[in-house]
Write a protein of this length. Structure first.
Ligand SMILES: [Zn+2]
Length: 464
């Protein structure tokens, strides 16, 4: 049985499912006002690996992840650029999905958008006001957190110590610095929706609680995201559910930071690296392998060196795939029992069992990945000794387990489609005659079509 760390209890414990055979999981998605950065890439990869592994074990996974398409940043950018908020949100949502597709992160089974859930949010705020746990001020409606049982559960701090350091601005009418906005009353020039407290818009924490309970129901299995969301976002989501008398998530899972040069990556530190930057420089699978080789709760260091190391790992996997003509493990959804049966004995049962033991142990992907590379060595050794059957069995296991983690193997088979072939040829021709402006434009067309473009010794190399 899969055991995962639970932020609420601070322990690794079994993931107990509300509905046998079916996992309901909510992962906080992006606020679409900027291009996605490496932190976004990490959490989506961690939860993609978890989802793929649950599927591999034969479970149905309902994976809900929201898009916050209205907030202060979107409003600010729209005002600054003379555009509407929906135009800004649509542009950055498109760049989000382009990055996710390039990283081969599966699309969630449902993607609720905040602006389409406003009536549900107004209803929840009304319930909280009626229960006397929320109050109205001149600028909004706030939740009074000291009325909520167990506030501080996820932060692992009592209310009193959370209060230290929190401040109330002189202009605010909040009763406590920790009280947070459920509804923000309209300011001039902002998009608004009607409510009993006047026109306005919902607070961020109110979105996810309404959308998760609506789509997954009370007591859904797993709520997750990056560690930076534990407090206040997830604490405040939980507080609203508890205050409304609902049962919220049963298990809380959070992944670690992305470090760049020893510091936590953040906008304020100016070490903000986008997924687009990373994809433009190399194989998108390298980031997945880097994420897999670190435990999801530990920080990861993303530098040209760590990405290059991951690239060398991919080269070893691909070399085995070429030597043994391994099938592409990502050609379909990988479910263990079906895949093992389909391989007709072409899989090492012990290797699969050991892989599952590692993954069941709080998603120990570093150990699982190390085992896969050990299988690569053993498969080569078997092939060197002329033991074709053992080589096939070990190589088949590599392909199966890479597929279970969403890691594609490239055996070099499979040609480019004709339009892509033509773009590549035209770009190489432009480069040969020194027309670099034209070569760059053609590179842009390939990127727009979802390809990663590199300059190899023999010309343009494209990958998906
Ligand atoms: Zn959220």
């Amino acid at each position: 049985m899969l055991r995962l760390h639970d932020t609420a209890t601070g322990t690794v414990r079994p993931l107990e499912l509300r509905d046998p055979g079916r996992v309901s999981m909510y992962v906080c998605g992006p606020t679409v006002y900027e291009v996605p950065h490496l932190g976004h890439g990490r959490f989506t990869l961690v939860f993609d690996v978890l989802r793929r592994y649950l599927t591999f074990r034969g479970l149905e996974v309902v994976h809900v992840s929201n898009v916050t398409d209205i907030d202060d940043h979107i409003i600010e950018r729209a005002a600054h650029e003379g555009r509407t908020e929906p135009e800004v949100a649509a542009e950055y949502e498109a760049s989000w999905w382009a990055a996710m597709d390039a990283l081969e992160v599966l699309r969630p089974t449902a993607v609720p958008h905040a602006t389409r859930y406003i009536p549900g949010m107004v209803e929840l705020v009304g319930q909280l006001v009626a229960r006397d746990v929320a109050y109205e001020t001149d600028d909004g409606v706030y939740l009074q957190v000291d009325t909520v049982d167990g506030y501080g559960l996820l932060a692992h701090q009592p209310l009193e110590s959370l209060r230290v350091g929190a401040r109330i601005e002189a202009s605010e009418q909040k009763r406590s610095p920790l009280d947070f906005a459920l509804w923000k009353k309209a300011k001039p020039g902002e998009p608004t929706w009607p409510s009993p407290w006047g026109d306005g818009r919902p607070g961020w924490h109110t979105e996810c609680v309404v959308m998760s309970l609506d789509l997954l129901g009370d007591g859904f299995d797993l709520h997750g995201g990056g560690q930076d969301l534990i407090f206040p976002h997830h604490e405040n989501e939980r507080a609203q559910a508890v205050a409304a008398g609902r049962t919220f998530a049963r298990h809380w899972l959070h992944n670690g930071w992305v470090m760049v040069g020893g510091e936590k990556m953040s906008k304020s530190l100016q070490n903000f690296t986008t997924i687009g930057d990373l994809l433009a420089r190399g194989d998108p699978r390298a980031y997945r392998l880097l994420v897999l080789r670190s435990h999801y709760r530990r920080p990861i260091e993303v530098t040209p060196e760590t990405i290059a190391t991951a690239g060398r790992g991919l080269a070893r996997l691909d070399a085995l795939a070429r030597r043994l003509a391994l099938p592409d493990p990502m050609s379909g959804v990988v479910v263990r029992d079906e895949a093992v049966a389909a391989a007709r004995g072409g899989v090492d049962d012990d290797a699969v069992a050991r892989f599952c033991d590692h993954m069941d142990d709080d998603l120990d992907t570093p150990a699982a990945t190390a085992d896969v590379f050990d299988l690569v060595n053993r498969a080569h050794a078997a092939a060197d000794e002329g033991d074709a059957e053992a080589a096939r069995r070990l190589g088949g296991s590599v392909a199966l387990l890479c597929g279970a983690m969403g890691l594609r193997l490239r055996s070099g088979v499979g040609d480019l489609d004709e339009p892509t072939r033509q773009l590549v040829d035209r770009r190489d021709a432009a480069r040969r005659v020194g027309d670099f402006a034209r070569a760059d434009a053609l590179r842009g067309e390939l990127l727009a079509a979802g390809w990663t473009v590199e300059d190899g010794p023999d010309g343009t190399v494209v990958r998906r």
